[in-house]
Design a protein around this ligand. Structure first.
Ligand SMILES: C[S@@+](CC[C@H](N)C(=O)[O-])C[C@H]1O[C@@H](n2cnc3c(N)ncnc32)[C@H](O)[C@@H]1O
Length: 397
């Protein structure tokens, strides 16, 4: 069988750089293991295939009918594009649900970063796959922890770690245990007037991120228990910024975007505080999208918060928002990389109407202010704590 041309795969539309590849040694180990097992494609499931390397190598080897779940909209697009480029098909995309896993004998998993995400996946496999399913989960040794074995051990009677190869390692889980009546996710927590609902893969889980909390305070959102009364117009002005009150955010009828919404904390808080506004929340993670929809429902604002699964709001019309709220990501994979934040600044520039406002919270150590001024328009600091900075950027006409 000819070698699969892994190097022809691309990460696009995800961030591309010389030191970033569209496959890794774990993909190769998972593919080798699957090819050594005699499980038909129709009973094989791939979860967490970043850019399609696993699914496409298996379909190229003649395994047809593979079911695939990818969390990220970018990964889904990369897989579709790579499949088209290589002229391969024979797999079907699914959400993380019964349709993905029913009757599966073999599940190949690129281990997710968050343990909660692994717990949700392990439960789903034990719940819906065939009773004799084998879950083969792989990762880079430097990112693996014993806690991952423990999490798998909650859903499987046998979990065996394999010998590391090429700095990657496989964990093989089998003999699914009886599952609890209701799945462990989503989880729910109340923060003042706000209820957050989170699936395992959503940023910060059902906690309210401290950066998000600072942004909510500055915007005077989130109800009395989240509001810090000392955050006043006077304080904001002393800090060299303008009060959010002076920016016209109090009166309704505005179009507001929560860009990279996670569990939808910003979107739901805005909708609760501004009943006449229409809010769109968008994220590239399917776990985030499901969480934000559930959060909107739990807060009774689902009719005013539309949630979309997309890369940087690419399907939304240019110039269609008065206000954008942003708590950008600052990690890409395991390395600190600001490319992911830049992508969202460019999106905000495209999506805001002229003179529209972007409110951003970010780690004070990052130089985002200059970049936002360059890409979008004049940027004022509204608040600075030792850890976080909140800015207001006005989109230049
Ligand atoms: C720091 S979290 C903030 C989440 C939420 N807004 C909050 O404040 O809790 C950043 C979010 O941006 C999302 N994200 C990163 N890159 C994205 C992109 N290109 N398009 C859409 N969402 C993206 C991540 O999935 C993550 O949910």
């Amino acid at each position: 069988m000819p070698e699969f041309p892994y190097s022809r795969l691309r990460r696009w539309p995800d961030v591309e750089a010389d030191n970033l590849q569209a496959h890794d040694a774990t993909d190769l180990l998972l593919v080798e293991r699957a090819l050594a097992l005699d499980v038909p494609g129709s009973e094989t499931v791939v979860i967490g295939d970043e850019y399609g390397a696993i699914s496409l190598a298996l379909t190229a080897a003649g395994r047809r009918g593979i079911r695939v779940h990818q969390d990220l909209a970018t990964g889904r697009r990369a897989l579709a594009r790579n499949a088209e480029e290589l002229g391969s098909g024979g797999f079907t995309p699914h959400e993380l649900d019964e349709g993905l896993l029913a009757g599966a004998q073999l599940v190949l998993l690129q281990l997710p970063k968050a343990l909660a995400e692994l717990e949700e996946i392990a439960d789903a496999v034990a719940r819906w796959a065939a009773p004799d399913v084998v879950l083969v989960a792989g990762g880079r040794v430097k990112h693996m922890t014993l806690a991952q074995n423990e999490v798998l051990g909650r859903s499987f009677a046998r979990v065996q770690a394999q010998r590391a190869e090429r700095k990657s390692r496989l964990l093989v889980a089998s003999e699914p245990l009886p599952v609890p009546e209701s799945p462990p996710f989503p989880v729910t927590a109340r923060h003042g007037d706000l209820v957050l609902v989170a699936h395992g893969g959503a940023f910060a889980g059902s906690r309210l991120d401290i950066g998000t909390r600072v942004l909510l305070e500055v915007l005077d959102l989130g109800g009395p228990q989240l509001r810090r009364t000392e955050v006043t117009r006077a304080e904001n002005e002393r800090n060299g910024g303008e009060s959010s009150r002076s920016s016209g955010v109090v009166n309704g009828g505005r179009r507001v975007l929560d860009l990279g919404c996670g569990t939808g904390a910003l979107a739901a808080s805005w909708a609760l505080a501004h009943p006449r506004d229409r809010v769109v929340a968008t994220d590239r993670s399917a776990a985030a999208v499901a969480s934000a929809r559930a959060t909107a429902s739990a807060n009774g604002v689902a009719d005013r918060v539309e949630v979309t699964h997309d890369d940087a709001g690419s399907a939304l019309a240019a110039g269609s928002f008065d206000t954008v709220l942003l708590n950008p990501p600052f990690h890409l994979g395991a390395s600190v990389h600001t490319g992911a934040a830049t992508r969202l600044f460019e999106a905000a520039a495209r999506l805001l109407r002229p003179d529209g406002e972007l409110f951003t919270v970010y780690n004070s150590s990052l130089g985002h202010r200059a970049e936002m001024s360059r890409l979008i328009g004049p940027t004022d600091q509204l608040r600075r704590t030792p850890k976080f900075t909140v800015t207001r950027t006005v989109r230049r006409p």
